[in-house]
Design a protein around this ligand. Structure first.
Ligand code: UD1
Ligand code: UDP
Length: 367
C-alpha cells in the first residue's frame, strides 16, 4: 500500500511524524512524504525534519507564501502532478492548514481516498480560515481520524456516516511523549537565563490577533503589565513579526523590559520551555493540547477554541481580549488559582499504532 503523507506547516510535522514512522515498521506499507513548502524558513520547517528524524521528503513542492487563493491553488497544481505520477492508495492530510484542504481536494477528484488526521474539531467560528479548511476536509475524507469524543459528535451532527469516523487519539501527543526525555537535554533555559517555573512562554500568530492593529496593541499592553511580574519569552512567528513592522509597533514591543523576543525555536527547545513555564499565553491550537498534557496553565487569547476538551479536562482557559482580563487571569495563576486538570483519553503516545490498525482494516476502493 502506497500511503502519501502530506506536511506543509509547522504543526503538521509533529502530527504526521508518528504515523510515518509507524508505517515504516510494516513492510506492507510504502509511506511517501510530501512537503508542500507552505512553511519554508529553517526554523519553521527544516529544523523539525532534523529533530523529529524525518528523511528528506520524497517530494518538495516549494509553494511558499501567498494569499489563501494563491497558496491553495499552487499546492493543488503541484500536488495533482505528484498524484498522477505516483498513484498512491491513500492520501493522509493533517490538521487545518491550507496544505490540508488543497491536497485533500486533489486526491478525491482523482478518486484517491483521503484520511484526515485530527478530524472533527470545530471552533464554530467561520471567520477563522482553519475552520473552513476543517469543515471542507472532513466533508470529502473517507477516513476521519479523531482526537476526542467531542470531534466524533461534531461529525455526526454534520451528517457524516459513523463508518468513516475512527476515534484514535492525538498523534501530536505521540510526538510530545516520544521527545519529552530528549528535550530535557536542551540548554535553552540556561541560554536564556531562565529557571524552572519562573517565566511565561508566549506564542501568537492567529490573524484575528496579529493582523488587527487594535487587538495586537491590546495584547502588547497586557504583556507590558505582566512583564512587571515575571519574564516573558516570546518566540515570534514570522507572520507576527511582519505585522508588527507593518503596524509600526516594533518600538512598542522592544520597549517592554522583561519581554524577550526570539526567533521561532526548534521542537526540543520549545517543549522544554513549555514544560517548565509558570504559564503559557498563546493562540496556537497545538500548544493548548501540549500544555494540557504537561499540566501547565494555558491562557488562550481567543474567543473560542476547536479544542474544548483542553478546557473541560485540561489546564486551558479562554481569555477575553482585554488588558485587564488577561492581567487578572495571569495574577490568578500566580496566586495558585489554577487547575491541574487531567489528560484526555487516548492521548497516550499510541495514536499512530491505532491509525495503522485502522489502515489495515480500511476498504481502499473509492466511494
Ligand atoms: C499557518 C496556518 C495556521 C497554522 C500556522 C502554524 C493556514 C491558513 N494557516 O498560518 O492554521 O496555525 O500556519 O504556524 O494554513 N512566513 C515566513 N516564513 C515561512 C512561512 C511564513 O516568513 O516559512 C510568513 C510570510 O510572510 C507569510 C506569513 O508568514 O505570508 C503567513 O504564512 P502562512 O503559511 O500563510 O500562514 P501562517 O500564519 O503561518
Ligand atoms: N512550536 C515549536 N517552536 C516554536 C513554537 C511552536 O516547536 O517556536 C511547536 C509546538 O510545540 C507545537 C507546534 O509547534 O508542537 C504548534 O504549532 P503552531 O502553534 O505554529 O500551529 P497551530 O498548532 O496553532 O496550528
Amino acid at each position: 500500500m502506497k500511503i502519501a503523507l502530506v506536511v506543509g506547516a509547522r504543526p503538521n510535522f509533529m502530527k504526521v511524524g508518528p504515523v510515518y514512522f509507524e508505517l515504516k515498521k510494516h513492510s506492507r506499507y510504502s509511506p511517501l512524504l510530501i512537503h508542500t513548502g507552505q512553511h519554508y524558513d529553517k526554523n519553521l520547517s527544516e529544523i523539525f525534519f532534523e529533530q523529529l528524524g524525518f528523511p528528506k521528503p520524497d517530494i518538495y513542492l516549494g509553494v511558499g507564501s501567498g494569499t489563501h487563493g494563491v497558496q491553495t491553488a499552487k499546492i493543488m497544481i503541484a500536488f495533482e502532478q505528484f498524484l498522477l505520477q505516483e498513484k498512491p492508495d491513500l492520501v493522509l492530510v493533517a490538521g487545518d492548514v491550507n496544505s490540508t484542504i488543497a491536497c485533500a481536494i486533489d486526491a478525491v477528484k482523482l478518486h484517491i481516498p483521503v484520511a484526515h488526521l485530527e478530524a472533527g474539531l470545530r471552533s464554530y467560528d467561520r471567520r477563522m480560515p482553519e475552520e473552513i479548511n476543517r469543515i471542507e476536509t472532513d466533508c470529502i475524507s473517507s477516513m476521519l481520524l479523531t482526537p476526542s469524543q467531542d470531534a466524533d459528535e461534531n461529525l455526526i451532527r454534520e451528517g457524516i456516516s459513523k463508518d468513516k469516523i475512527f476515534l484514535v487519539g492525538n498523534a501530536m501527543i505521540d510526538s510530545l511523549i516520544q521527545f519529552e526525555k530528549k528535550a530535557e537535554y536542551s540548554k535553552t533555559m540556561e541560554d536564556l537565563g531562565l529557571t524552572k517555573h519562573s517565566y511565561a512562554l508566549v506564542t501568537l500568530h492567529r490573524p484575528s490577533n496579529v493582523d488587527d492593529k487594535e487587538n495586537l496593541e491590546i495584547i502588547l499592553d497586557a504583556f507590558a503589565e505582566i512583564a512587571d511580574k515575571l519574564p516573558l519569552i516570546f518566540p515570534m512567528h514570522p507572520r507576527t513579526r511582519k505585522q508588527l513592522s507593518i503596524f509600526g509597533l516594533e518600538e512598542k514591543v522592544n520597549s517592554i523590559t522583561n519581554l524577550k523576543l526570539i526567533e521561532p525555536i526548534g521542537y526540543l527547545d520549545f517543549i522544554k520551555l513549555e514544560k517548565y513555564a509558570k504559564l503559557v499565553l498563546t493562540d496556537s491550537g497545538g500548544i493548548q493540547e501540549e500544555t494540557t498534557v504537561f499540566k501547565v496553565p494555558c491562557l488562550t487569547l481567543r474567543a473560542n477554541t476547536e479544542r474544548p476538551i483542553t478546557i473541560e479536562l485540561g489546564t486551558n482557559q479562554l481569555v477575553e481580549l482585554n488588558k485587564y482580563s488577561i492581567f487578572q487571569k495571569v495574577n490568578e495563576i500566580l496566586e495558585g488559582k489554577c487547575k491541574t486538570g487531567s489528560i484526555p483519553p487516548l492521548w497516550d503516545g499510541h495514536t499512530a499504532e491505532r491509525i495503522v490498525q485502522v489502515m489495515d482494516n480500511f476498504n481502499y476502493s473509492f466511494s
